[in-house]
Ligand binder design. Structure first.
Ligand code: BES
Ligand code: MN
Ligand code: ZN
Length: 488
C-alpha cells in the first residue's frame, strides 16, 4: 500500500495522529523553534524547549529529538527535527530532514508534519517526497515482514497538489527500488518487459517489446551477443509518452542487465554479489516513465531499455568476437564483462534514429567511476555544455549528487582495434571515461547527449535518510526534474 498524503488545515496542537513532526533552526544561542514548534511548546507549558535544552539539542541539519505529549495535544508524540541555520534551509535540506524524522518514527502509522511552513510548493513537495523515500522497505521475501510503517501523512497548512507531486515522485523511486532489489531469478529480461507493459497500460503510455526474433531482425546484435550465453532470452523495451502539443521529443536509455556475471570474463564471487542491481539504469528510466504523465510533463519522451542477462556458457560471447551493432558500426569484444556498452550501443543507435532533441542514458557502467567518485556520486558525461548544465541543475534541485567528468578525446585511441571499428575496453586507467567515449561513437554529433554512470550510487551500502541499504533508484528524481523543466 502506498503511503497516503493528505493536506490538512487542522491546528498543530489539535491534529489527531501518532506523531507530529515539527522543525527547529540552529541559532547562536542553540536552537530556535519554528512557529509550529513554538505552538507545541506553549501547549506543553514550555516543556518542549526545556527538554531540548536538557538534551543539548542544537537543531543541526537532520538532528532529531522527540517528546511524549502526555495527552495534552492531538498527537501522542512530538518529533523535532533540526534544519540547520535559517539561511541554509532549502527544499533539499527539508527533504532530508523529513527523511531523518521518518527514520525515528518507529512503528507509528499516522504522521502529521509541519516542516515546510510557508516555504511554498517546492518545499511541500520535497517534504512529502522525503517521507515517502524514507518509508521504503523491501519485504517481498520476508516470511514475517514488519508491517508497513507510515500509512498516512497529514501535511499541515498546505494545499494538496504540491504534496501529491512529491509523493508521486517518491513512489516512482520506490518502484525503481523494487525492480532493483528483486533477485535476477525472477526479474529476468522478460519479467522486466512485462512489468513495463503493465505500467504502460496503467499509466497511459505506449509500450513495444521486441522479443529475441525481433531483436535479431532489427539488427540489435550487441543485445543479442551479450544475451546468447544465457538461458533466458533478451528483450528490447520501448516506452513512449506522447502528450498533446508536445514541445519537443527527448530520449532516455537505461542499461538493463538483469544479472551481470561478467560472462566468460567471469567476475569473482565478491564482485558478483550485487550484480542483480545491474539494471538500475533501466529501473530509473521505467520509473520516470511511470509518473511523467501524472506530473503533466510537456515534452514527448521515448525510452529504450535493452534487457539481457550476461552469463558464461557454451553459447556465450567470446573474447575476440566481433559485433556489428545497429547502425552498422563494429566492435571487437576483448572483455565480455564490458557488456553494458555493447547493449547500450544498439539502444543509442536506435534512439538516435528518431532524431530526438536530446538523449540521456543511465547505466551502472563501470567500476572505474566508483573508484573516481565513490559510492555517493554519479558521473555525468556530456558532449553538450548546455545539456550538462541542465542536468546539473536538475540534480541539484532533486537532491542527487553527480559530478561532470571529461570526455577526453585523446583516450579514444585506447579503443583502436586491428580488426573492428573499436575494441570494447581500454587500459585500466580512466575506465569510466573510455566507456563513455565508446558510447559516444553511437550518437551522431548533432544530437546533444549525456551519459550518467551510476555504478556508485545505484546501490547504497548502508541505511540513510533517503532509504535503506540496497537499490536506491538514483537518477529517477533528477531525470523527472529535468523533464519537468524542459517543457517549461
Ligand atoms: N556492471 C559492471 C559495472 C559495475 C561495477 C557496476 C561495480 C556496479 C558496481 C560493468 O558491466 C562491468 O563489469 N564493467 C567493467 C568493465 C571493464 C571490464 C572494462 C568494470 O568496470 O570493471
Ligand atoms: Mn560487466
Ligand atoms: Zn554490467
Amino acid at each position: 500500500m502506498p503511503v497516503q498524503i493528505l493536506p490538512s488545515s487542522e491546528a498543530v496542537t489539535e491534529v489527531s495522529c501518532d506523531a507530529l513532526v515539527v522543525s527547529a533552526f540552529q541559532s547562536e544561542t542553540g536552537f530556535e523553534l519554528s512557529t509550529a514548534a513554538a505552538e507545541v511548546d506553549q501547549a506543553l507549558d514550555g516543556y518542549l524547549s526545556e527538554h531540548l535544552k536538557d538534551l543539548s539539542f542544537k537543531a543541526k541539519q537532520n538532528e532529531v529529538a522527540s517528546l511524549p505529549t502526555m495527552r495534552r495535544m492531538g498527537s501522542k508524540v512530538v518529533v523535532v527535527v533540526g534544519v540547520g541555520p535559517h539561511n541554509e534551509v532549502s527544499d533539499a535540506s527539508l527533504r532530508t530532514a523529513a527523511g531523518a524524522a521518518a527514520r525515528r518514527l518507529g512503528e507509528r502509522k499516522v504522521i502529521a508534519i509541519a516542516l515546510q511552513e510557508g516555504r511554498g510548493a517546492g518545499a511541500a513537495s520535497a517534504v512529502a517526497e522525503g517521507m515517502v523515500l524514507a518509508s521504503y522497505r523491501y519485504t517481498a521475501y520476508k516470511t514475517d515482514p514488519k508491517p508497513a510503517k507510515i500509512e498516512q501523512i497529514l501535511l499541515l497548512g498546505e494545499d494538496g497538489s504540491a504534496a501529491e507531486r512529491g509523493a508521486a515522485i517518491g513512489q516512482a523511486v520506490l518502484l525503481a527500488r523494487d525492480l532493483i532489489n528483486e533477485p535476477a531469478a525472477t526479474l529476468t529480461p522478460d519479467a522486466l518487459a512485462r512489468r513495463a507493459q503493465e505500467i504502460a497500460a496503467a499509466e497511459g503510455l505506449t509500450c513495444n517489446v521486441l522479443d529475441e526474433q525481433a531483436i535479431v531482425e532489427r539488427g540489435l546484435n550487441g543485445v543479442m551477443s551479450v544475451a546468447k550465453g544465457s538461458d533466458v532470452p533478451p528483450r528490447f523495451i520501448e516506452l513512449a509518452y506522447t502528450p498533446e502539443r508536445a514541445t519537443e521529443t527527448v530520449a532516455l536509455v537505461g542499461k538493463g542487465v538483469t544479472f551481470d556475471s561478467g560472462g566468460l570474463s567471469l567476475k569473482d564471487g565478491k564482485n558478483m554479489e550485487t550484480m542483480k542491481t545491474d539494471m538500475s539504469g533501466a529501473a530509473a528510466v521505467i520509473a520516470v516513465m511511470s509518473v511523467i504523465k501524472r506530473l503533466g510533463v510537456k515534452v514527448e519522451v521515448r525510452a529504450y531499455v535493452p534487457a539481457v542477462e550476461n552469463m558464461p556458457s557454451g553459447k556465450a560471447l567470446k573474447p575476440g568476437d566481433v559485433i556489428t551493432h545497429a547502425g552498422g558500426k563494429t566492435s571487437e569484444v576483448l572483455n565480455t564483462d564490458a557488456e553494458g556498452r555493447l547493449i547500450l550501443a544498439d539502444a543509442l543507435a536506435v534512439a538516435a534514429e528518431g532524431k530526438p532533441a536530446a538523449i540521456i542514458d543511465v547505466a551502472t557502467l563501470t567500476g572505474s567511476i566508483v573508484i573516481a567518485l565513490g559510492n555517493d556520486i554519479a558521473g555525468l558525461f556530456s558532449s553538450d555544455d548546455a545539456l550538462a548544465a541542465e542536468i546539473e541543475a536538475a540534480a541539484d534541485e532533486a537532491g542527487e549528487l553527480l559530478w561532470r567528468m571529461p570526455l577526453h578525446a585523446d583516450y579514444r585511441r585506447q579503443l583502436d582495434s586491428e580488426v573492428a571499428d573499436f575494441k570494447n575496453i581500454g587500459t585500466r586507467y580512466g575506465g569510466s571515461i573510455v566507456a563513455a567515449l565508446f558510447l559516444k561513437e553511437f550518437v551522431p554529433d548533432e544530437i546533444p547527449w549525456a551519459h550518467l554512470d551510476i555504478a556508485g550510487p545505484a546501490r547504497s551500502e548502508s541505511d540513510s535518510n533517503h532509504g535503506p541499504k540496497g537499490g536506491t533508484g538514483v537518477a529517477t528524481r533528477t531525470l523527472i526534474t529535468w523533464l519537468e523543466k524542459r517543457g517549461r
